[in-house]
Write a protein that binds this ligand. Sequence first.
Ligand code: ADP
Ligand code: MG
Length: 697
Amino acid sequence: MESVNGYFGSMVFNDTVMRQRLPQDTYEQLQHTIKEKRHLDIGLANIIAQAMKEWAIENGATHFTHWFQPMTGITAEKHESFISPVGGGKVIMEFSGKELIRGEPDASSFPSGGLRATFEARGYTAWDATSYAFIKEGTLCIPTAFCSFGGHALDKKTPLLRSMQALSKQALRVLRLFGNEDVHTVDSSVGAEQEYFLIDKSVFEKRKDLIYTGRTLFGAKPPKGQELGDHYFGTIKPRVFAFMKELDTELWKLGITAKTEHNEVAPGQHELAPIYSSCNIATDHNQLTMELMQKIAKKHDLVCLLHEKPFAGVNGSGKHNNWSIATDTGVNLLNPGETPAENAQFLLFLCAVIKAVDEYQDLLRISVASAGNDHRLGASEAPPAIVSIFIGAELAEILNALENDVPYGGKEKELMKIGVHTIPRFPRDNTDRNRTSPFAFTANKFEFRMPGSSASIADPNIVINTAVASALREFADILENAEDFEDELHKLIRATISTHKRIIFNGNGYDEAWTREAERRGLCNYRTTPDAVSHLLDEKNVRLFTEYGVYSVEELNAQFEIRMENYCKVIRIEALTLLNMVNKDILPAVSAFLGELSGSYLARRGTGLNAEPVYEKEMIESLTAKLNDLYAQKNELQALLDKDLEYADVTKRAFFCKDEIIVKMARIRALVDSMEEVTRSEMWPYPTYGAILFSVK
Ligand code: ADP
Ligand code: MG
């Protein structure tokens, strides 16, 4: 078998391939264009397109596509073949520079939140040369940004790239103050751990709820769930292992550094983590990972569930967004340094993150808000809906010493002076213990644990990058004008700790007491998507994004519309699916079972023996009551769904979904689950939780 380093990245038009295949001067000009983030000129693009096409055809490609990430959070592609007629019934394979740089897909079917109405139906895609082209299933995919002709971003890549630029610019200003002259760019590094479920295809196909909504809308608790904790890091079953192996191989061919694969807490739940890379690449790669997971699962007669909460009562799935900032010279700015000066710089960057997360805690919450993730956040399995930072006891003591001018350090305690004293490096295991924290400092990076498993990581990273850029800009403004740099730096760090320490919480995030404490501290607790998204357009948030050019006002309005609308659509689809299942399967099944019970009751009474058929009698009474209740409840849900369509205002509609429809659905679910528990197995129309969760043998 071919060795991994033989095929790693074999389907990527990466740096090595470019070096081999592009004329030296073209290669250098392209590198220059990428570094300076300038537009590619057409002459250059023609040469690159030619080389790219030859390479792609040699590797089996027949088509190309501009691969982009519309605001739906998934990826989109429109395939075009390379063929071009040359007369006489013949074709040649063509691909021009123009086709490489720019495409014009019809944007009208993608959500645009009103941006399209104001401008044109068509959008255009433009090559993001910082992300390599790759071949997927015989198609050359060119990672692109997607904009309207009016110049508005219609995707997630464009604002992400803008946020990275903002961060780089402000971080550079701060680095210059510490005398770092050799750094040219600063980039955020991201590693996204991805959780998912694998279930057998045969059970999936019998569940309309999984097919239409990605999650189960019913399901009584099985006798065994995750309580024994015997699945976490347990032996991987042969079928799952075969899936993981194929997944790794396919990811590696695309240059995606899949590194660890293991079982998670719930039965049937697993995780994949790649090695971290630049924020933009990590986002592209996470999208591809999700896509390949689903495709490869099918080849193994499995279905990969990426929903945040496919099953009630067992853990849901998230995505841990590990984030740090690094210079192009390879220095991680969240690593405590060796010298007092490096330490001071580390503390300042740390403070920038603390300030950013405190000031824009609402935006972080909004960035992960979705109907699916609402089931997960705050459910004692994932972080609560309250954003806070965990920094560990050691770092907390250092910050406290700095803020209050109290002595710090083991035996020989002394006052800490920034720029004079060093602080210790933190061993990993000291800083990684709190799994309940939404935003945890883990030795040299922050781990944001709120993102849902199905969402794009672009949104949270756009917020983190921009908010940290804003904090760094404030710092740079102050420090660039300081008379005494060290003195001003010391004051600035103390003041930042003092103002923003309310966001630091090292305790148990699952604890009820924390909810009350967080409220006392004035932290936001937006439990649901409508609660959170209602704050997207708060003045301070609009100011942040527009100031750094990450989103324009129109783009933010569009974001707001799309998020609220998507929430309403998801809830509506769920409710309709629920009604379909109740009407067509559950009511008839329970009714049939009642018929059976009645027959049995009459037959047994007819025996003339004196014993009353208690089981049949009591079941008939209780099940009939439930069946009648279910019938009434589902009619009420139907009425709510009719009313839902009358709302013109999307915010009002979202709150109606949350306060009325979801509540009614929960009520119906409880009824149905209690019926499932007593209905004869063969008569229940769906595979049970037990059958689904343990379907992969
Ligand atoms: P875990 O959180 O499961 O203990 P690790 O901390 O080893 O595992 O890694 C989790 C993820 O964090 C991986 O994707 C890894 O590549 C990423 N990671 C490690 N260091 C950094 C860093 N400096 N910046 C961003 N991500 C990082
Ligand atoms: Mg982790």
